[in-house]
Design a protein around this ligand. Structure first.
Ligand code: NAI
Length: 481
């Protein structure tokens, strides 16, 4: 029986391996991690991550051909294929700080693979890594190999959190990069055969190593660029009276542009977009391409601008101060259907409001108080390191409370900010919300989920990104110096 081991039981390693186990009953799949807390959770009734459909897949396979273990070395040494899906956060110090990928976790995983292996292995890069990482990893593996052959493949993951299981069942494509040598091609075929158990072969794209590595960075850069493009348009819509939803719909019907990923919002988040673009920028700079680097940097700048703009809209419309005012924050995760808060725009928006001394009452159906407190007290970039390396639960922040009900959050609030597009925020009883708030009641929709006309009829003063402005907001500056 073929054995697969995946190092890193996170948002990628867990769901990806669960689906491989489900679709390939003849393969034994073990996911290992240095965090015993994470492994214990994978072996319990409460999985460490929330992802629609994941519980069912894990329940079907766990204990049969899917295992979660802390015994990293044993399972790596027994595996035929080792996937590496560890964190690759942005470096916080030293050369390339704030831009380059921190490959500490990758390197230590590679050294461990070399140390414990007793048989030939295919080592698969699942983490998103800078171009040419495979070469560095190959060197680590071969220099410590004791005669064992390691063949390295790049197999970047394109799943999106919130729809990970569907994306894995039915991927647009699977990308496998390998060396153009007989060993490289043989390894590509072995991995292709695994995916071919459920993915149509024409959707399995095989390339060289560097194309595969760069394609992942390029895909994330293009996706984030689309969001920044529509967000830049949203600012212009507000200034001109155009409606960003109408503009998005109109341009999205052009088959060359397409309708997806054109929703204006308070900004993109998630662990990948910013980190991968920064990484791309760094690679461009290292290769003497400052113009290309600056082009991509702008995608992040517009994202930061959008968050600042949102905070400034809130503060300026509420008489230029939110000091001591209760603001209800609905949604903290970086998007709906996930509990992941890494790089969520809610962090910057909340910090901006706290900077103006607001009192925040936060509700998100999937994010705990502990996580929110950590996020609001941690430094930028620290959040993408493994949980066991993060500071223990911080003490609560005086101006922030976290509740488990939207109506509780909005009670006596002066303003409501919607920061995640959870479906339940579309269906709230807004008359009830209005009645329980201070007046004038402000609502700032960072995700365009509410019916602006209906809310204005109820009596709210509404700001919705990229929509024609409420008369109240018309003369207020969008960006305060
Ligand atoms: P994660 O933080 O959820 O999981 C990584 C896991 O690796 C952690 O549980 C950590 O404890 C473990 N780990 C770190 N070093 C280890 C070592 N030496 N030995 C054993 N375990 C170790 O991260 P996530 O989100 O799963 O991302 C992993 C990689 O996949 C990153 O490179 C990311 O850029 C990429 N990726 C993430 C996507 C996402 O939606 N989250 C989508 C596509 C790619």
């Amino acid at each position: 029986m073929m054995k697969i081991c995946c190092i890193g039981a996170g948002y990628v390693g867990g769901p990806t391996m669960a689906v491989i186990a489900l679709k390939c009953p003849n393969i034994e799949v073990t996911v290992v991690d240095i965090s015993s807390q994470r492994i214990n959770a994978w072996n319990s009734e409460h999985l460490p991550i929330y992802e629609p459909g994941l519980d069912e897949v894990v329940k079907k396979c766990r204990g049969k051909n899917l295992f979660f273990s802390n015994d990293v070395e044993k399972h790596v040494s027994e595996a035929d294929i080792v996937f590496v899906s560890v964190n690759t956060p942005t470096k916080t110090h030293g050369l390339g700080a704030g831009k380059a990928a921190d490959l500490t976790y990758w390197e230590s995983a590679a050294r461990m693979i070399a140390d414990v292996s007793k048989s030939d292995k295919i080592v698969v890069e699942k983490s998103t890594v800078p171009v040419k990482t495979a070469e560095a990893i190959e060197r680590i593996l071969t220099h410590n190999s004791k005669g064992i052959n390691f063949t390295i493949l790049s197999n970047p993951e394109f799943l999106a959190e919130g729809t990970a299981i569907q994306d894995l069942y039915n991927p647009d494509r699977v990308l496998i990069g390998g060396r153009e040598t007989p060993e490289g091609q043989k390894a590509i075929k072995t991995l292709k055969d695994v995916y071919a158990n459920w993915v149509p072969v024409e959707r399995i794209i095989c390339t060289n190593l560097w194309s595969a590595e760069l394609s992942k960075l390029a895909a994330n850069a293009f996706l984030a660029q689309r969001i920044s493009s529509v967000n830049a348009m949203s600012a212009l819509c507000e200034a001109t009276g155009a409606d960003v939803s109408q503009v998005s719909h109109s341009i999205g019907t052009d088959s060359r542009i397409g309708p997806k990923f054109l929703s204006a919002s308070v900004g993109f988040g998630g662990s990948c977009f910013q980190k991968d673009i920064l990484n791309l920028v760094y690679i461009c700079e290292c290769n003497g391409l400052p113009e290309v680097a600056n082009y991509w940097k702008q995608v992040i700048k517009v994202n930061d601008y959008q968050k600042t703009r949102f905070v400034n809209r809130v503060v300026s419309s509420m008489f230029n101060t939110v000091s001591a005012k209760k603001i209800a924050v609905l949604g903290f995760a970086f998007k709906k259907d996930t509990g992941d808060t890494r790089e969520t725009p809610a962090i910057d928006v909340c910090k901006g409001l706290l900077g103006d001394r607001a009192r925040l009452c936060i509700y998100d159906p999937q994010v705990t108080e502990d996580q929110i407190t950590k996020d609001l007290s941690m430094r930028k970039f620290d959040k993408d390191h493994p949980a066991h390396l993060q500071p223990p639960s911080p003490t609560s922040i005086k101006q922030v409370s976290v509740v488990w009900d939207a109506y509780e959050a909005v009670k006596d609030a002066h303003g409501v900010c919607i920061l995640t597009e959870w479906d339940e925020f579309r269906k709230l009883d807004y008359k009830k919300v209005y009645d329980s708030m201070q007046k004038p009641a402000f609502l700032f929709d960072g995700r365009n989920v509410v019916d602006v006309g209906m809310l204005r009829k109820i009596g709210f003063i509404v700001y919705s990104i990229g929509k024609p402005l409420d008369p109240w907001l018309k003369d207020m500056p969008a960006v305060v110096a």
